[in-house]
Ligand binder design. Structure first.
Ligand code: ADP
Ligand code: MG
Length: 375
């Protein structure tokens, strides 16, 4: 029997740099097949070729045993292929329902867009995923996890036979992951084939049938999930034995550089206490909505603190705004980096120096030569 999907000897270079070297991927109907590999292994590139975002340099793609030429995103859809990309591709100023139906809006008899039907159908999809959202809400008012769910609904609601999910759970809460896994099981039962990209071993165990491992753009192996241990997978992924990995360096000192006491802000942040030592990486865990981002926003001066104390190197600082936070030596990489972390239409030089322009000021003028050398 022919495979639902077969990608054979796929090669791709970007400006002469080879990113995929003779890659293979096989998918059966009703299978959940994981694509696993370290950052930069080429997973997203491989599936962007399948989705018509990039064209391959050489190799073959077969759907149901027939060779197909995927010339673009529309052509991929015509072959029943849908991709949920790692970077969200929703339009902020349109509603959930408009985003779900973009390009395939239901029409009235008169040929106009049937908004009522569209909203009702979209609401049905949202409800079936147990999401507490209205189909008429704007994308810009949703958090990242909710947007991710809309992206997923958009891909799975229109009869695709091959669905690719590129790291879909990276910003989902446990409940949302459960809803996604239920949706995946329902798709499996309908004989849809799913390619699932994730680093999370527990997820691979829970939902995948087989796993294909890639490393540095090369195909390494395809294994059956049930017959493979986590250690085997890590060894395939990194090409080294496990003993060499995860060397723990405890190189933080006793020196406390940041101390937060009884920090409170609005409903989200209540009585937060912690200490950060020099050289330490301190993790904050909790569900979406538990106040992690809000706590950091307070410390970075993006959010007003109602009470509490912040000490840097044992001196209390009064962080009134972002400027005082930066002057005190604090940097923030925000959650939604595309939205609030960078100025996308500006170059790297601009982005890397905008927060520290003062350092390059000389008699009231910017020393752009110095900026260049630091960049
Ligand atoms: P993964 O998804 O496994 O993390 P990617 O497919 O995103 O890996 O990237 C594989 C390699 O290809 C990386 O080295 C990346 O920098 C490079 N790459 C990806 N897209 C492009 C592009 N559009 N132009 C140039 N290089 C790219
Ligand atoms: Mg990727």
């Amino acid at each position: 029997m022919a495979h639902l999907l077969e990608m054979k000897n796929i090669c791709k270079s970007f400006s002469g740099v080879s990113v995929l070297k003779n890659n293979h991927l096989e998918l059966e109907a009703g299978e959940v097949h994981a694509l696993l590999g370290e950052n930069g292994a080429g997973k997203s590139t491989l599936i962007k070729i399948l989705g018509g975002v990039y064209t391959k340099d050489s190799g073959q793609i077969l759907v149901d045993g027939q060779e197909v030429e995927i010339t673009g995103v529309e052509s991929a859809k015509e072959h029943g292929i849908r991709i949920i990309h790692q970077e969200l591709m929703l339009i902020p100023d349109m509603t959930i329902s408009e985003n779900i139906f973009i390009g395939q809006e239901p029409k009235t008899k008169a040929g106009t867009v049937d908004k009522k039907k569209m909203n009702e159908m979209a609401q049905g999809f949202l409800d079936s995923m147990h999401l507490d959202l209205k189909s008429t809400q704007f994308i810009r008012d949703l958090n990242i996890a909710q947007q991710q769910m809309v992206e997923i609904i958009r891909a799975i609601s229109f009869g695709a036979k091959i669905i690719v999910m590129d790291e879909p759970t990276s910003s989902l809460t446990e409940n949302e992951v459960d809803a996604l896994f239920e949706a995946i099981k329902a798709l499996k039962a309908k004989n849809v084939g799913i390619i699932y990209i994730s680093h999370r071993m527990a997820e691979l165990d829970a939902i995948t049938d087989r796993i294909t491992v890639m490393r540095d753009g090369e195909y390494i192996d395809t294994v059956v999930t049930k017959e493979t241990t986590h250690d085997d997978l890590v060894a395939l992924m990194v090409g080294r034995k496990l003993g060499d990995l995860y060397q723990k360096h405890e190189n933080y000192s006793d020196d406390i550089i940041l101390k937060v006491e009884k920090l409170a802000s609005g409903k989200e942040v209540k009585n937060v206490d912690f200490e950060l030592r020099r050289g330490e990486v301190l993790g904050f865990s909790g569900l979406v909505g538990s106040g992690r981002s809000e706590t950091m926003e307070c410390i970075f001066g993006l959010r007003h603190k109602d009470s509490g104390h912040i000490y840097i190197e044992n001196k209390e600082v009064d962080i009134k705004n972002v400027k005082t936070a930066i002057n005190a030596g604090i940097g923030l990489v925000p959650e939604d980096r595309k939205q609030s972390g960078i100025y996308p239409i500006q170059g790297i030089r601009f982005n890397a120096t905008i927060e520290i322009l003062d350092k390059f000021l000389k008699k009231g003028r910017y020393n752009s030569l110095q900026i260049k050398s630091q960049g």
